[in-house]
Ligand binder design. Structure first.
Ligand SMILES: C/C=C/C(=O)SCCNC(=O)CCNC(=O)[C@H](O)C(C)(C)COP(=O)(O)OP(=O)(O)OC[C@H]1O[C@@H](n2cnc3c(N)ncnc32)[C@H](O)[C@@H]1OP(=O)(O)O
Length: 257
């Protein structure tokens, strides 16, 4: 199978680039490849930071909507959600920081992946959002649990219930990303940040990475389980079939319920 991403390690920084045109959609294949690259980083004690970006027009436009049509039954739907949640949880608890450099769009699972990273830089004109509601489904890779952490509950409700994305500039103002830059500058700035962190002492980095997650909501796992259940539930419904089909046919969905 074709590789869906590349990883290069230079000066203690592992640069992972999603390469799955046209949208870097998070298929089961790309998620498996990402997990395999994390295995390699775990075996390489020289790596002190990871830089994650996307090639082409977008960081990532989310889970692979075209692959959704191959799923069959509640177990498949729920398992898609749980597997993504587990990988992103692994990223959040990784022993070295993962910096997301976002250009173009980080939507749905793409934003959920970026939210599992430790630091996010975005292009001012990038679109960041959880548009799953337009497909008749809900976020399923822990978006309902992580977005409120960064932007507060009110803004999270607005973003999840309307599906309308915000710009990188708005994301920086609301705390969803650390900083925004022009589209030309963002990858360079994220790379400089990764290099600056990689000059620090490895053991101190590892302690910071262990300590900060201790401040997370202790009910996070329970929230993830509930999200996967709800994802499985909505996915089986008529409105989800209509929403997904409408996306594929490039038309507006006609929800019945
Ligand atoms: C548990 C997690 C669940 C989820 O993550 S559900 C998915 C959530 N994400 C979305 O709903 C985003 C869907 N995509 C879009 O809204 C738009 O696209 C964009 C804003 C990203 C770009 O719009 P534009 O510039 O008009 O381009 P374009 O023609 O719509 O897309 C270019 C090609 O990319 C494919 N594509 C875009 N997003 C996805 C996706 N998430 N999964 C699979 N394919 C995707 C399209 O179909 C098309 O392909 P072709 O050129 O062959 O027509």
């Amino acid at each position: 199978m074709l590789s869906t991403l590349t990883m290069e390690i230079h000066n203690h920084v592992a640069e992972i680039t999603l390469q799955s045109p046209p949208a870097n959609a998070l298929s089961s294949h790309i998620l498996k490849d990402l997990s395999a690259e994390l295995d390699k980083v775990e075996q390489d004690a020289s790596v002190k930071a990871i830089l994650l970006k996307g090639e082409g027009r977008f960081f990532s436009a989310g889970a692979d909507i075209k692959e959704f049509t191959t799923l069959q039954g509640a177990d498949d739907y729920k398992s898609l959600s749980s597997k993504g949640q587990k990988l992103f949880q692994r990223i959040e608890h990784f022993h070295v920081p993962v910096i997301a450099s976002i250009h173009g769009a980080a939507l749905g699972g793409g934003l959920e992946l970026a939210m599992a990273c430790h630091i996010r830089y975005a292009a001012e004109d990038a679109k960041l959002g959880l548009p799953e509601i337009n497909l008749g489904i809900i976020p399923g890779f822990a978006g309902t649990q992580r977005l409120p952490r960064y932007v507060g509950a009110a803004k999270a409700y607005e973003m999840i219930l309307t599906g309308v994305p915000i710009t990188g500039q708005e994301a920086a103002a609301s705390g969803l990303v650390n900083k925004s830059f022009s589209a030309e500058e963002v990858h360079g700035e994220a790379s400089k940040l990764a290099a600056a962190i990689a000059e620090k002492s490895g053991p101190t980095i590892h302690h910071v990475m262990n300590l900060v997650p201790l401040t997370h909501n202790p009910q996070f796992e329970e929230g993830n389980r509930a999200e996967a259940e709800a994802f499985g539930d909505v996915f089986g419904k008529e409105d989800a079939k209509e929403g997904i089909q409408a996306f594929i046919e490039k038309r507006k969905p006609d929800f019945k319920h």
